[in-house]
Every structure is written in C-alpha cells, then in structure tokens.
Design a protein around this ligand. Structure first.
Ligand SMILES: C[S@@+](CC[C@H](N)C(=O)[O-])C[C@H]1O[C@@H](n2cnc3c(N)ncnc32)[C@H](O)[C@@H]1O
Length: 285
C-alpha cells in the first residue's frame, strides 16, 4: 500500500498587471489560428500574456478583452500585423540542423549538370539566418568554378523578422559561430561591431511576406529545393496537409523538401515520402 497520499500541487495564479480571462485567451486562440494557422494549446496562456502585454500598454488599453475588441473593430485592422508578429516564435540560427546542408550541396551540384538556374525557397525564413546559410552553401558548392545562377526566395509571415533578414545585420556572437571561416568570407564588420552579409549573399536572396495559410501564394516558379523547417509544428495536421499539398506542384520533379527535426509528414505520403532524415521527395504517381 502506498504510505504517502498523492501530492496536491496548488494552482498558483500570478498577480497580473492586466486581467486575462480564459475567455480572452480563447478569443486570441481563435484569431491567431484564423490569421496564421498557429494552434495554441491552453499551456501557452502565460506565453501569450507575456507576448501581448506590451501591445496593451502601448495602446493604453484596460486589458486583454479590450485588446481583442480593438482587434475585431474596424480601427484595429492595422494592429493585426503587430498581433501576429508578437505571437510568432522566431528562434533560428545559422546552419541549424546542419546535416541538411551537405545534402543540399550535393543536390545543387547534381542539378547544375542539367540547369543553369537553381532556385531554393525558404518558406519560414525568420530573421534570415536560414536563407543566408542556404546561400553560403550554394556558393560553396561550386567553389571558384563557374556556377549557375542561384536564387533564394525567403518568406515569412512576420514583417519585422523579414526586415532584419533584408538588412542582413547580425550581432558578432551569432556570426562568430559560423563554421569554416565563413564569418570573414561572407560578412563585413560594421563600425558598431555587428556584421553585415556581403552583397554577393544579399543579392541572391529575395525577402517577401508570405502567409502559408493564406491563398493564393505569390509564388510563380518551381523550386529545386524547399526548406520549410520548424514552422509546421505550430500548425494542426489538417493545416500541415493543406500546405504540403500546395508545395507539391511548386517543387520540381526531382526536388527536395527539407523539414524540421520534430516534423513528420507520413500522413501526406500521397505527395511526399521520406528520402532520408527529415528530407522528403515527391511520391511518384
Ligand atoms: C521557429 S521559426 C523557424 C525559422 C527557421 N525556419 C529555422 O528553422 O530556423 C518559425 C517561423 O515561422 C514563421 N511563421 C509562423 N506562422 C507562419 C505562417 N502562417 N506563414 C509563414 N510563416 C509563418 C514565424 O514568423 C517564424 O519566423
């Protein structure tokens, strides 16, 4: 027999500057799902409070109920951008999930044998470290040899991270972690100690806002590779499936789809199947 009674852990409610009821959270959950496809479970309530409280202060509102009322009013349309930017999670770093980059390099070399135009889509580019890592990999793949034209389309829903990507300026501690002397080769040191990506990289990348759950996508070409990493985890399965179905015609027949380490799309096997660790290719019909 168990000698100890079960522990009762008291639920602690922290004193908050603004009221934030479960029904306020529910309204926010519905709005961010509708706008960005992001599924928030109840455990994210504190995170949502922390991310949005600044907006409420800045707008001088009385609390979360007033904030959602404002978002839903005709005057709140412009606030939606701030709302979505605040709720996206933008964690990223250079050469994240590094096993993908040698695979991309080999793939580009193979494709260059038959094409002089290579294209990569980075579909949740955040602050730009991922598309810059792709551009560096593409340049390194061809060394000093004549290389094909390589372009990277970098898209994200969050307008503030896109702006960081466009500028390509990063603090020294981020750039110094780049492997193989890439920091000096591909970045210029600024007078304030930060580093800016050299024009050769910046000119390869186009940053553009694109919401993966909106239609239509302003994408008019097919890609040799699509990187869509660490964003699908925020979506439910129906949303993931709908996006994968839309990726299929945008990836060339022998193209590769790279996904995040915790993303698994076995349920979309009509469109893509696993070729190696978190790398997918078309399912042939
Ligand atoms: C965790 S970051 C991942 C960044 C990068 N792909 C990586 O793996 O390092 C997720 C990114 O997805 C973006 N995102 C979230 N919902 C999106 C949507 N509906 N459409 C496009 N991007 C979205 C966020 O703004 C954020 O920058």
């Amino acid at each position: 027999m168990n000698k100890f009674p079960p522990l009762e852990i008291p639920k602690v409610e922290f004193a908050r500057e603004f009221p934030f009821s479960d029904s306020d959270f529910e309204r926010i959950r519905k709005l961010i799902y509708r706008e960005a496809g992001i599924s928030l479970n109840p455990s994210k309530k504190d995170m949502v409070y922390g991310r949005l409280v600044r907006r409420i202060r800045e707008l001088k509102l009385t609390g979360f109920a007033a904030y959602v009322d404002f978002l839903e009013s005709a005057g709140g349309k412009r606030e939606f951008e701030q709302f979505v930017n605040a709720l996206t999670t933008n964690l990223t770093f250079f050469f994240r999930e590094e096993h993908h980059f040698p695979i991309l390099s080999e793939h580009l070399k193979h494709k260059a044998a038959s094409s002089n135009e290579l294209t990569i889509w980075c579909a949740a580019s955040s602050t730009g470290e991922e598309p810059y890592s792709l551009a560096i990999t593409a340049l390194e793949a061809f060394g000093g040899a004549a290389r094909p034209n390589i372009s990277v389309l970098a898209t994200d829903l969050d307008t503030s991270v896109l702006e960081t990507g466009r500028q390509g300026i990063y603090p020294a501690d981020k750039v110094s972690k780049l492997p193989h002397g890439y920091a000096n080769k591909y970045f210029d040191k600024q007078s304030d100690g930060s580093f800016q990506a050299k024009p050769i990289l910046r000119n390869m990348i186009t940053f553009q806002r694109l919401n993966l759950v909106e239609s239509p996508w302003q994408v008019r070409r097919q890609f040799d590779a699509i990187f869509c990493r660490n964003v699908m985890i925020y979506f439910d399965r129906d949303t993931q499936f709908a996006i994968l179905k839309r990726f299929a015609p945008l990836l060339k027949d022998d193209g590769l789809l790279f996904v995040g380490h915790s993303e698994n799309f076995y349920f979309a096997s009509d469109y893509f199947h696993l070729r190696g660790k978190t790398v997918y290719e078309h399912t042939k019909k």
